[in-house]
Design a protein around this ligand. Structure first.
Ligand code: CUA
Length: 156
């Protein structure tokens, strides 16, 4: 079958582009540790704060150096607004919304997820560098959106 030279070159460019993009996905996923936020659990946004871990949001140590952070997003604040952990901690964040759609982005980390009422979003990060990491709402959620933030402090 005869394929025109230009046609063949365009096919080559297409295949090379696919291979390059696939390489980026693998590098991001395996070398840089990018994670896709999981729809970890379905919950009822009206009752999620009445019992279970979201009844007492905050950080808890589940084994030495390993923590779980339960965070509630609501217009227009995060509960808790401040979290403190020691350096080297591995923290899994569980975030849910009790009203509208919010976002949860933790500056300086790979944590960036949508927070949807009715589901729990979950991602994990390790904090080796002391400092303050702000978490922000990244989905426009109304008049107080710009004031919806909190901070995580990694102690020395
Ligand atoms: Cu919550 Cu924007």
């Amino acid at each position: 079958m005869h394929i025109d030279r230009y046609e063949r070159n365009w096919m080559r460019i297409g295949i090379i582009t696919l291979v390059v993009f696939a390489a980026f996905v693998f590098i991001a996923g395996f070398a840089l540790g990018f994670q896709v936020p999981g729809d970890y659990e379905r919950v009822n946004p009206q009752t999620v704060t009445e019992s279970g871990p979201f009844a007492d949001p905050g950080i808890r140590e589940i084994s030495p150096g390993t923590y779980e952070a339960y965070i509630i997003a609501r217009a227009w604040s995060f509960d808790p607004r401040e979290i403190t952990i020691p350096k080297g901690s591995k923290v899994t964040f569980y975030v849910t919304s009790v009203d509208v759609q919010h976002g949860f982005k933790l500056q300086g980390t790979n944590i960036n997820m949508m927070v949807v009422p009715g589901q729990v979003s979950k991602l994990t990060a390790v904090f080796d560098k002391p400092g303050t990491y702000d978490y922000l709402c990244t989905e426009f959620c109304g008049a107080g959106h710009a004031a919806m933030y909190g901070s995580l402090t990694v102690e020395q």
